[in-house]
Design a protein around this ligand. Sequence first.
Ligand code: UT7
Length: 329
Amino acid sequence: MTSRAARAGVTALGAYAPPKVITNSDLEKVLDTSDEWIRTRTGIRKRHVAADNEFTSDLAVRSVEDLVARHGEGALDGVEFVIVATNTPDALFPATAALVQDHFGLKAGAFDLLAACPGWIYALSVAKAYVESGQYRKVLTIGAEALTKVLDWEDRSTAVLFGDGAGASVVEAVPEPYGLKSIVLGVDGGGAHHLHKRATGCCLPNGEPLSDTLYMNGREVFKFAVRVMHTSTVEAVEKAELSNSDISLLVPHQANSRIIEAARELLGLSQERVVVTVDEYGNNSTASIPLALKHALDEGRVEAGDHLLLVSFGAGLTWGASVLTWGGA
Ligand code: UT7
């Protein structure tokens, strides 16, 4: 009889947000917007912003330092691979993950992963496959963003929404009943024109020019988000052979409190079973779920054996959801 390979899970977590903060009232002074509009339409009160000389790799390194501070010096021992999920790499190449590898002197392979806001869930999926196939035993999986550097600060429809930050996790084999029980990933490239930024290309397949700064059709992304937050979480819970009543905590992508509220209602979860940090950080894309999870851990809202439902959506248009049974370190 062949036994099932050990399941992969998250055994350590850290996160970082830069100390500089821009509040809604700061934005009122430079944009045709108001604290009231931003709060009621998005739930955001402030966002953390990287310093001029601080880039995605710096934020990623800080999140790993936080992980080490929480879990001890040995937390990085034996890391064999580094993945940085980001939309705002320091450079097109080399990978931001290579800079993190070098900073910590890891003997590891490394690459960046681009799947928009669900990037950290995509990275967990790759790490899970590496660990469960036996290819690598321990994977450092990071979501990091310096989004405020790619915003058009004169565009009120996007400038008020985003912030910077990073979250890091260690993925390795965990004993039953812990670990990543299900992963659901998807994309609808037909929605590419709703949310984009130019790198080296010039235009979308339909000839629409790409934006030098972040462009978003917020209304279309909103409708898409409410739909896929529901469908992908239902699928992830089913795939994990659980039901909604088994879910201890929904840890969603932090883009807009109205989107989170819609997802919560559709899943029939009470408010205490949802983590909301968008008021503090705004939308920091791939970093938003690990940052939110760190808050929940610090508040004592997560215990070993809890089933956490992670879900995100973003440019692509992509989505990702996962059931993670916490613990097993
Ligand atoms: O991580 C994934 C990335 N993105 C998202 O998750 C965003 C998803 N979308 C959203 O969160 C929402 O669509 C927004 C917050 C971006 C916008 O909220 P909305 O309720 O969909 O507003 P809207 O775009 O329909 O705009 C309503 C009005 C417009 O004015 P008119 O045309 O009604 O006169 C906008 O020009 O609000 C105006 N508006 C603003 N007013 C004050 C747009 N941005 C602002 C602003 N301040 N910052």
